[in-house]
Unconditional design. Structure first.
Length: 355
């Protein structure tokens, strides 16, 4: 089995961050979303991975390389325009050959993994197997109608009146039968080749299509709120350790990871929290569910339930909460009575807030 990871989207819901970096590289618990995705794929025994990339290929390739650091082998496949998920399958036809494969959206987080679902696919080997999840409002998703035995009866893309609450969440298992389906479908009203239409073609052709319901934690990391929530979920499983320096005037409580080269000076950190390599935390409080990236500086500040990307600086700010601070951004406090701030700060930005 091979894998196809889709990482070509523009990430408009995450601007301004996605003006300067692919959304799939935003870190969750100090690791890019794509690394979490590749880890899940490696856990099901798949190491040959095709990564669909758009104009952000250099940034993605700089982080993932050839995949050897992560125990996989990556082939990059260019997509000049975002013409749909099924279009990605057609672009990867040569790479995929006649192998079964898992297709995985590069901004999906499933910390519990899909090992059991992959084993079920290998055992039964239907033409296609989709992963579904119960959602409150399925209208923004492909929706599956599923029989009691798990057989897919019908798929509809973004229905205005959904018949079920089972949404397709961006992990699919396919045999080579999908290639004929992709070749037979026409672009949708929005001009894209929809993978939902290709799978429905298999259903209509009498091919076996199954559905597996995912019961663990799942997030599409397309919004700031989802990224912060996912960061909290992953930090709940953090194992604390001190690999950097913590002086005698500092206090660590709970599971706190201090990465190599990081320094904590006259500060208090309450876990779960992670401080990236080379960062300095000085005269500050870092509260639960904070992920501080590499080479950051926190001085005389309070940060909790937030993510600071690599190189960020936060100084003299009394209450940063629920915030996502971009690479090399500087957040500096000025005198005021205001006590709490919620920030969405893009890369290389300078912001002054009430201290």
């Amino acid at each position: 089995m091979k894998a196809l990871v889709l990482s070509g989207g523009s990430g408009t819901r995450l601007r301004p961050f996605t003006y300067s970096m692919p959304k799939q590289l935003i870190p969750i618990a100090n690791r890019p979303v794509l690394e979490h995705v590749l880890q899940n794929i490696r856990e099901i025994g798949v190491t040959e991975i095709g990564v669909i990339v758009g104009d952000r290929r250099p940034a993605i390739e700089a982080v993932l390389g050839d995949g050897s650091r992560l125990g996989v082998q990556i082939t990059y496949i260019d997509q000049e325009q975002p013409l749909g998920l099924a279009h990605c399958v057609s672009l990867a036809r040569e790479f995929l050959g006649e192998d079964d494969f898992v297709m995985y959206l590069g901004d999906n987080m499933l910390p519990g993994g899909v090992v059991a679902i992959a084993e079920d696919f290998r055992d039964r080997r239907p033409a296609a197997q989709v992963v579904v999840y119960k959602v409150a409002d399925p209208r923004a998703f492909g929706v599956a109608e599923v029989a009691a035995d798990g057989t897919v009866l019908r798929l509809v893309e973004k229905p205005q009146q959904p018949r079920t609450d089972l949404a397709l969440i961006g992990v699919y298992f396919f045999t080579p039968a999908i290639h004929k389906a992709v070749a037979e479908i026409e672009p949708s009203a929005r001009g894209e080749l929809e993978i939902t239409d290709a799978i429905q073609w298999l259903v209509s052709a009498g091919e076996q299509v199954g559905a597996s319901e995912y019961h663990g934690y799942w997030k599409d990391t397309g919004r700031v709120e989802d990224i912060l929530d996912c960061n909290r979920e992953l930090l709940n499983g953090l194992v604390g350790s001190v690999q950097g320096e913590v002086d005698a005037d500092s206090v660590l409580i709970g599971n706190v990871l201090i990465e190599p080269g990081a320094r904590v000076v006259r500060s208090r950190i309450e876990g779960p929290a992670v401080v990236g390599a080379g960062s300095l935390i000085e005269d500050s409080f870092v509260g639960p569910y904070a992920s501080i990236g590499k080479d950051c500086v926190l001085h005389s500040t309070h940060v909790d339930y937030s993510i600071a990307l690599d190189g960020a600086t936060v100084s003299r700010v009394s209450g940063v909460h629920g915030s996502l601070i971009g690479r090399s951004a500087a957040v500096t406090g000025v005198h005021s009575a205001t006590r709490h701030h919620r920030l969405v700060v893009g890369d290389h930005t300078q912001v002054e807030v009430a201290a």
